[in-house]
Structure formats: C-alpha cells, structure tokens
Write a protein that binds this ligand. Structure first.
Ligand code: NDP
Length: 331
C-alpha cells in the first residue's frame, strides 16, 4: 500500500481525497518510481476541484509532474536507483500521476534528472517552468531577440508567468508583467520585471489593431487578453500562447497576422517530444546555473504535503496562489 490523492467519480459524485492505495491498482508501465515530489499546476487544480474535464478515467491519481527514484525497471533506458522526471504525457489525466508515493510509468515518458537541479528544484520549476522555457525558445526561434524591445508576460503571478519573467530577465530581455494583483509588484520586480501593468488593460474586448508596443509576448491567459496582445505586437513579432486562465476563446481578427506579419506560436508541453524536453531542461539548467540564481526558486515556490493539496487546489483556482506549489508526497 502507498498513500496518494485519489479522484473518484460515481453515483456519489466527483470527489478527491488522500487514501491508502494498493500497489495492484497501479496502471501498466515498464518503470515503477518511488515518487519524491510532485507539484500543483493549473491543470491539477482543475482536476482536483472538478472545475474542468481534465480527468478522463476513474479512479485517477492526479499530478501531471513528478520526480522520483526508479524502484523497478523493465526498460533498458533506466536502472533501479536512477532519479527520473516526468512532465505531462497524459499522466494525471488518463494514467495515474505524481500526487502519490508510487507511480508506474512508461519509460518513453521519462527523462533523467537534469544535472543542474536537485529533485525538489525540478518540481519548483515543474510543467509551468518547463512550459515557460518552451515559450521563450519559441520567441527565440522566431527571431525575437532582446534588442527587439519589450516582452509582455501575462498571468504574471502564476507558475508559467513567474518563470517566464525570470527566464526572460536572465536572458537580458526587458519584461513587462501583466497581473491582477497590484500588491505583488515587488515580487514581480524581484523576478526581473522592469514594469508591471494591470491585467484589466488587456482583458476587455479591444480593437483589431492597436498601437504597436510588444516585440513578443508569453501568454497564459487566452481570450480577449490574447486578442489584445496580438493587436499590439510590433511588426514581425511573436506571441507564444500556452494558456487559458481567462478563457479558451480567442475573439481576434486576422489583421495583426496579415498586416503586421505577427506570429502566433502555439505551445503544448504535454505531448512534446523527448528531444524538445531535454533541450528545454538543458536551457533551464544553463540559465539557472548558479546556486544564487536557484535561490529564486524558494521565492517562487511553496512546499506542502499531500494533506494540503485539496485546499491549495481550491486556492489556485481562486487565483490566490503565487508562483508554484511543490508537494512532498512523503511529508
Ligand atoms: P496559475 O494558476 O499558477 O497561474 C494563472 C495566472 O493567470 C494567475 O496567477 C493569474 O495571474 C492569471 N489569471 C487567473 N485568472 C485570470 C483571469 N480571469 N484573467 C486574466 N488573468 C487571470 O497557472 P499556471 O501558470 O500553472 O498555468 C497558466 C495557464 O497555462 C493555464 O491556463 C494552464 O492550463 C496553461 N498551461 C498550459 C500548458 C501547455 O502545455 N500549453 C502547460 C502549463 C500551463 P495574476 O494574478 O498575476 O493576474
């Protein structure tokens, strides 16, 4: 038996609770992992509170991220004792995930612990930080270099937003953070934002084209915010769009794309090929190479144990969590 968060759905309704789970309930996989840490991402919040249709099989252990030590392996890629990392691949949605002391997984989904980080640090980064890195790589690949001008980051206090600001600032970009929490200006400037704007400036219906301001943007918000960002991207700029915290709609026009050559780069972290994951984690390791830079992770993340997960998920959905939540599944 091991402890884990279990989501069930039956005639008694949709519910999540910490339970003792029998090892025989673990799904198929060629690697069994003793999980050390997991995290809470927006998607985990939707799954645990039942606010979004994330879980597609029941019962389900949520948790789209995990890090842990291989306890048993039928794969030639990993041996017992290896520390491995997993982000996404449907784990916590269609395959039992990281918010438990044990997980059985497919070796094709795993990467080795990046050399630059401890197990806990990889979860302070988690899917949110790895996605922020994918967004920044997309800007780079589209020619958005630091000399091109300001980069807007929306959902700034969230996990993706916090890491996007920190990564961009370390790479020398001028970052403007958009947030609904004016009381967090010091935190956002501490991460490297040079200016903080009120998210309401972006969240209402806007014009097809607005004054050109941003060389690029990392958007985790969607809806009118993303439409307004596209309308104010400078000629030839790029928006990396990864989220839907405001909504999944996109009430935009084609004008920014056909008149200003704007690129809308869609970012998916879940099914991303292993080579891209390794590149993103390698870059994160280079950007946050020094212990002094890694100290920032303590500022971005808060640690809880399994018993605190339900309350934290509710707070995350209410927009009250700043940065990242790390879950010590053995704590
Ligand atoms: P968080 O909950 O940590 O952050 C979301 C942030 O969005 C909040 O902190 C808040 O920032 C802002 N926000 C919340 N509600 C609204 C609203 N109604 N209008 C405008 N802004 C709002 O989530 P994550 O950072 O983990 O994820 C952010 C988004 O990215 C989610 O939609 C998630 O599903 C998506 N995502 C997608 C991935 C992919 O592979 N494409 C991977 C990871 C995440 P503030 O208080 O500063 O305004």
């Amino acid at each position: 038996m091991f402890r884990g968060m279990l989501i069930e759905k039956d005639e008694q309704g949709y519910r999540a609770a910490v339970k003792d789970i029998d090892e025989s309930a673990l799904p198929e996989g060629d690697v069994t992992v003793n999980v050390q840490y997991s995290t809470l991402n927006y998607k985990d919040g939707l799954a645990i509170t039942g606010k979004g249709p994330v879980v597609r099989q029941f019962p389900m252990v949520p948790g789209i991220d995990l890090v842990g030590v291989v306890a048993q392996s039928d794969s030639n890629k990993f041996v017992v004792g290896d520390t491995v990392l997993l982000n996404g691949f449907g784990v916590g949605e269609v395959h039992c995930g990281g918010l438990a002391q044990k997980a059985r997984l497919k070796s094709d989904w795993l990467i080795k612990l990046p050399k630059a980080f401890s197990a806990r640090q990889t979860m302070a980064i988690g899917t949110a930080g790895y996605t922020a890195m994918l967004c920044v790589i997309a800007l780079e690949k589209n020619g958005v270099t630091p000399d091109k001008g300001e980069i807007l980051v929306t959902g700034a206090n969230g996990g993706v937003g916090s890491f996007a600001i920190a990564i961009l600032a370390k790479l020398g970009y001028q970052v403007v953070a958009s947030t609904g929490r004016a009381d967090q200006v010091d935190y956002l400037k501490g991460l490297g934002a040079k200016e903080v704007i009120d998210r309401q400036l972006l969240s209402e219906p806007g014009r097809p084209l607005a004054k050109e301001r941003w060389a690029g943007a990392v958007d985790s918000v969607g809806s009118h915010t993303l439409a307004n960002i596209c309308a104010s991207i400078k000629y030839g700029g790029t928006v990396a769009a990864c989220g839907l915290a405001q909504g999944m709609d996109l009430p935009a026009t084609v004008m920014p794309f056909i008149l200003r050559g704007v690129t809308l780069a869609g970012i998916d972290s879940v099914m991303r090929p292993i080579s891209d994951r390794e590149e993103a984690w390698q870059r994160l390791g280079e950007i946050f190479a020094n212990p002094s830079e890694q100290a920032m992770f303590d500022n971005i993340s808060t640690e809880i144990n399994l018993n605190g997960v339900i309350q934290a998920a509710e707070e995350l959905m209410a927009g009250k969590i700043r940065g990242r939540i790390v879950v010590d599944v053995n704590g």
